[in-house]
Design a binder for this molecule. Sequence first.
Ligand SMILES: [Fe+2]
Ligand SMILES: [Fe+2]
Length: 282
Amino acid sequence: MRFETSRDVLDWYERQPRALTPEFLSSIPWDKVKDHPFDEKYVPVLFYMRDVETLTDMYHRELLRTPTGKDPDISKFMERWGVEEITHGEVMNRFLNELGYETDEKWQTEIRDAVTKAYQANAFMITTLTNLIGKKFTATHMTFGAIHEMEAAQGYRRLKTLTDHPVLNPILDAIIREESAHNQFYWSVAKLELSRNKTARRIARFVTERFWAPVGQGSLAKRRTQYLVSTLFSEGEGIETIETKVTQRVRQLPGFEDITKITDTIADMAATSDVPFEAALP
Ligand SMILES: [Fe+2]
Ligand SMILES: [Fe+2]
């Protein structure tokens, strides 16, 4: 797909139907969840995904205070994006409940309240910095968004391959479809913004090399990220998936032709972490 402006990208995005429609959600056979085995070791992964999805709302609000969030096309995208991510978190939570993991009625508030102080201070600093740099930082935000969406989609794909649960499979397919549309938006706008300006390219590359970490690390405990990465990516084709489906796509962005950071980080984390099950739960 070729887009000339972020408006074109937004128009494309708005033409994409939702995968997790009310009809789809009401067709999920929740009463069948327990009829099929589900390896307990993936439970912390489900909690992690649920929490990351739920926290996008916080990130959304931060971004609205920056020039990126004030861009009309991006903010329009983010309105729907935010709603979709919340649904992903809710579906994950419901699946956990049906598996037998009860959650409090106010679980979403608890997740937001539990975010580390360090993260909040950091987020504040980044927002302030962003405002200083201004519009040129949009390319960085969009690049980060694209990488996070690709990682999320690959995480869900790996989870599906490894668990192969008949009720979870179609849910994951629907989520993956929405993550792919999110990625297409971020990636396309990143490409436009990066092509436009050399400084924007330099900043985006620098910030990615220096600060990129798997989605959720920073707002959630690092051991939880480590557990997820090693559980989903340490075996089989895990790392290869990250290389071909994430890193190689990022390399198509102007200024990122030789990046190795994402594969390197994930491979290193997958090989070195041995966080026990109990420590990986929220
Ligand atoms: Fe999501
Ligand atoms: Fe997403």
